[in-house]
Design a protein around this ligand. Structure first.
Ligand code: ZN
Length: 644
């Protein structure tokens, strides 16, 4: 217990605050603002459209800096579409059609489940996106609920700040230097965005909240499931740090490492800020440094990539960071130096590979002598300053160093507020500065939506059972342990659990297959998530009919996970799985007994165990173990009697 106490006080001590943002696609028959089917296609698109993006003034009269940055990339955007399952709306050639009432109803259901305030009139807004993921340059979004709450398993109540019904963006298919390709089949699929307040104070609470929100969404039975249908982002901050949004948390087990690393990163950045303040670095000082051309130093460098770039006509530019000596080389996470924060930003914004700084030199073929010349040409102090160089075409290289200058100035303030991408190893990388409120403005194409009282009543009459109430019911009605009941309710297959039981499958068996068998198969590397609910139900159907024994289930699931479309009948044939008749079983038992007469003479009834092992090796999966054990015991006793 002591360990837990230590951990808790650590998160308390750093003042951890985490908020969750969950995007969940809804299960509807059409898209949110057009009548196209909400399906993703794997085949070749037959339409291609090329566009460029421009930013517009927001409601507050400013241009959002994030949007401006996207615009500066001047990229060509290619949209791929399908003439039979996408329409002119996805390509922003016609105004929105009438909103999907089905989607609205699901969103209202979710809002009521979180006990949110639902506005009398719903307004459609536009959220700017200039990365190209929405051809119109904005996503249509509607606030459907405000100020609800969710109770965590530790009894703490967190606020659900807002629920938005919005359109999903297009899928990014490929990205090249100055071109990005999107497919618009995903564009317009209705989704809800759920935002919690930042009151989650440990990684465990974050996990609990995410699982509970997920269970609540699935309880409606009207949300999509599977990879890519739910997306989770977290906002992490600590005392003295800043709000950093981490996007794309794909698995629940990522929460803890991501949060722990972000705490370490912010602590290290705060320390660097304090050090810069001790060194009395000022913004003006950084602003006054000129970017200079240092190409001549590297004319004959041993660093091949620089020499080649110069031959191509590219240049090397340098920027002195006054009094930053030693800091860019400082480790902020294991294997990750402060310099990487600069490099990633340069890479994302200018597309250049990155930066080189004097803290890491000599290296990459750059010599001690060249390093000394760098200090000399930039009039930098070898001990106190740091010099950053960038290789590339003149304009982009200079732009990159301006970005370095910006990041250096931000270091004087502390942790920059930004959006970062979650990596599978628990680290994050820079994606863009955090978007501001200037990106939201009213949609002039769609009239306000009056929320009909009768619709609200209809929704509240048919609210699904709360998952936590379902836990109680499973314990009481099905005799499941509380742990099993909770795990079933939180699991992805919770929806079909009751259907399986209604087929006549014992609750404990259904729970064991869903929780234990499926999990261990996944750990062994079988992609059981490929198995559809329908197929899983089919397997249980065969069990109930008596065509297979429960011992055969793991083998069938293994095969199904690899060929999820295959008919179960064919899988059974291939695996040679069929139920043995009692006569066939008896014959096998007799054969095994006759082979082991000596053993039986010697050990009597104690020979049962090894004999059972022998019989099961032959009949496993073809008949249930209980029947085998009963018949074997009976036959064994008969045999012993004849031997006396
Ligand atoms: Zn459409």
């Amino acid at each position: 217990m002591e360990v837990i106490l230590v951990q808790k006080s650590f998160y308390e001590e750093v003042g951890l605050k985490v908020g969750l943002e969950i995007h969940q696609q809804l299960k509807t028959s059409r898209k949110l603002f057009c009548y196209c089917p909400p399906i993703l296609r794997k085949d070749k698109p037959d339409i291609k459209v090329v566009r460029f993006m421009r930013p517009t003034l927001g409601e507050t009269g400013e241009i959002d800096p994030t949007m401006l940055k996207e615009f500066k990339k001047k990229r060509k955007i290619v949209y791929e579409a399908f003439s039979d399952t996408t329409c002119l709306y996805e390509l922003d050639e016609v105004p929105p059609y009438e909103i999907s009432t089905e989607a609205l109803e699901i969103a209202l259901t979710i809002a009521q489940l979180f006990r949110m305030k639902i506005p009398d009139v719903l307004l459609v807004s536009r959220k700017q996106y200039l990365d190209g993921s929405v051809p119109s340059g904005f996503q249509r979004t509607i606030i459907v609920g405000l100020n609800g709450y969710l109770e965590l398993s530790n009894g703490k109540k967190i606020r659900i700040v807002q629920l938005c019904l919005e359109e999903d963006a297009a899928r990014k298919i490929a990205e090249r230097d100055n071109e990005v390709i999107y497919r618009v089949d995903r564009l317009g699929i209705p989704l809800v965005e759920i935002t919690t307040d930042a009151s989650l104070s440990t990684p465990d609470e974050v996990l609990d909240a995410a699982l509970r929100i997920g269970a609540l969404l699935r309880a409606t039975g009207r949300v999509m499931r599977g990879i890519g249908t739910i997306r989770q982002d977290i906002n992490v901050s600590i005392r003295g740090g800043n709000r950093v949004e981490i996007k794309g948390v794909q698995r629940p087990e990522w929460f803890k490492p991501l949060i722990d690393n972000e705490i370490k990163r912010q602590l290290a950045l705060i320390e660097i800020t304090q050090e810069l303040r001790r060194r009395k670095v000022s913004k003006d000082e950084i602003d006054n440094v000129k970017i200079i051309d240092v190409t001549e130093i590297f004319k004959n460098t041993a660093a091949k990539f620089i020499r080649k770039a110069i031959q191509r006509g590219e240049k090397v530019y340098a920027l002195k960071l006054p009094k930053f000596g030693g800091l860019l080389g400082k480790e902020i996470l294991p294997g990750r130096r402060f310099g990487k924060e600069f490099a990633e930003r340069v890479a994302v914004i200018t597309g250049l590979k990155g930066i080189i700084h004097t803290d890491e030199l000599p290296n990459y073929g750059i010599s001690e002598e060249e390093k000394a010349k760098l200090f000399e040409m930039t009039r930098a102090d070898k001990e106190k300053d740091c010099v950053v160089i960038v290789v590339g075409p003149e304009e982009r290289a200079k732009e990159a160093l301006e970005e370095v200058r910006e990041r250096a100035k931000e270091a004087l303030e502390g942790v920059p507020s930004e959006t970062r991408k979650a990596n599978p190893d628990g680290t994050t990388s820079f994606e863009r500065p955090l978007g501001g409120a200037a990106r939201l403005y009213p949609d002039t194409d769609y009239p306000p939506i009056l929320v009909d009282k009768s619709l609200l009543e209809k929704v509240s009459r048919s609210l699904p059972e709360y998952p936590w109430k379902r836990v109680e019911r499973y314990v009481k009605d099905y005799g499941l342990s509380r742990e099993y009941a909770e795990r079933i309710v939180l699991s992805e297959r919770s929806e079909i659990f009751e259907e399986i039981i209604k087929m006549g499958v014992p609750a404990k068996l259904a729970a064991t297959v869903i929780l234990e068998t499926m999990t261990s198969l996944r750990r062994e590397g079988f992609p059981v998530e490929n198995i559809s609910d329908e197929k899983l139900k089919d397997v249980f159907h065969y069990l109930i009919k008596g065509d297979i024994s429960k011992e055969a289930i793991p083998e069938i699931l293994k095969a199904l996970s690899k060929e999820p479309e295959k008919d179960i009948k064919d899988i059974l044939k291939e695996l040679g799985i069929r139920k043995l008749s009692l006569e066939e079983l008896d014959t096998i038992i007799e054969q095994v007994i006759n082979k082991n007469i000596e053993l039986i003479r010697l050990r009597g009834e104690r020979a049962f165990k090894p004999l059972m092992g022998d019989v099961m090796r032959i009949v496993r999966g073809k008949i249930d173990g209980k029947t085998v054990s009963e018949r074997l015991m009976e036959k064994l006793k008969e045999k012993i009697a004849t031997l006396k």
